[in-house]
Write a new protein. Structure first.
Length: 319
């Protein structure tokens, strides 16, 4: 097939590589414009652009995909299909309906659940047993197109947003190649999504990572894993940001040195050799890997040996 590939972040690169390896003709790659980074404001290529240039592919970077000039530019390639993987712009109807096989999207969730911008993180945060990838025939709605193929993946008990990202990138690449084969052979029967089963998730913001110790340890531990590596879950300790990167959930604390019945949510109730235990709204959170503002990530034992932390310290913003 003649393919135009549209994508921008790391997640998209594996699918582009798989399309090339499968022998399809990638006649152009569309990605977001270069963006300035850091103090130097030097323009940085997207991961997809870097991959495309490594394969000597033509790269298009429209400011707005709906601009008439860009739409006409796409038309001249006479592509069979457009493959869209986290491109980052909404495509107009003219583009969606342009190629013979339409626009095929690789979405990192089991649609119709987790439409929207952050399906990977929310699968972890919500404690899903399974996630996966859906290839979808795009329409003008937000992730509302007909389902083409699906592949499920069982989450590991300690799955993080980062580890699931990596796994689903591989699953998505392979599934897209199978989808292109099925479309060409005519063996795929698109399935409309059930609107009553749909769930939208918003873009992840840094503020979402602030830990509310009034919630249960289970909910907090999922948040920690879901927002690892970005933007991370955090609280405050002695006026500084304190990140928790890894934790366990405990039902009880037999080595507590404070009165658990009067302890506050967010209070340190036990200091162990390699961890610190915090009371929550339900159960206890055992912090295993932490990071104090201005310091590197470290295991909780190393943190405790290098800092004077007392039992009864309460995490959170100072009043």
């Amino acid at each position: 097939m003649r393919v135009i590939f549209m994508g921008t972040p790391d997640f998209s690169v594996g699918t582009l590589e798989a399309i090339i390896k499968a022998g399809h003709e990638v006649c152009a790659v569309v990605t977001q414009p270069d963006k300035p980074k850091g103090r130097s404001k030097q323009l940085q290529f997207s991961p997809v652009k870097e991959a495309a240039l490594a394969h000597n592919l033509e790269v298009l970077q429209p400011e707005k995909a709906r601009d008439p000039e860009f739409v006409e530019e796409l038309r001249r390639y006479n592509a069979d299909v457009f493959v869209v993987v986290a491109f980052g712009q909404i495509l107009p109807k003219e583009i969606i309906e342009m190629p013979k096989y339409g626009c095929v999207n690789v979405h990192a969730s089991l649609l119709p659940k987790y439409r929207g911008a952050a399906p990977i993180q929310y699968a972890v945060i919500d404690g899903c047993e399974y996630s996966g990838v859906t290839t979808m025939q795009m329409n003008e709605g937000l992730d509302t197109g007909d389902i083409l193929m699906v592949e499920k993946l069982k989450l590991d008990p300690k799955e993080t947003g980062g580890s699931l990202f990596d796994k689903l990138a591989v699953v998505g690449a392979n599934l897209l190649v199978k989808t292109l084969e099925g479309l060409k052979e005519g063996s795929i029967s698109p399935i409309p999504q059930k609107e009553e089963d749909s769930k939208y998730v918003k873009m992840i913001k840094k503020s979402m990572g602030e830990i509310d110790f009034n919630k249960s340890a289970v909910v907090i531990e999922r948040l920690i894993r879901g927002l690892n590596p970005w933007p991370s879950a955090f609280t405050h300790l002695q006026g500084k940001t304190f990140k928790i990167w890894e934790a366990n959930c405990l039902d009880d604390v037999t080595d507590a040195k404070v009165d658990l019945s009067t302890a506050k949510n967010g209070e340190i109730v036990a200091l162990r050799k390699n961890s610190l235990v915090i009371k929550t709204g339900e159960g206890y959170l055992e912090a295993l890997e932490v990071q104090l503002e201005g310091k590197k990530r470290m295991d909780a034992g190393s943190f405790l040996r290098g800092n004077n932390i007392e039992l009864g310290t309460v995490f959170g913003k100072e009043e």
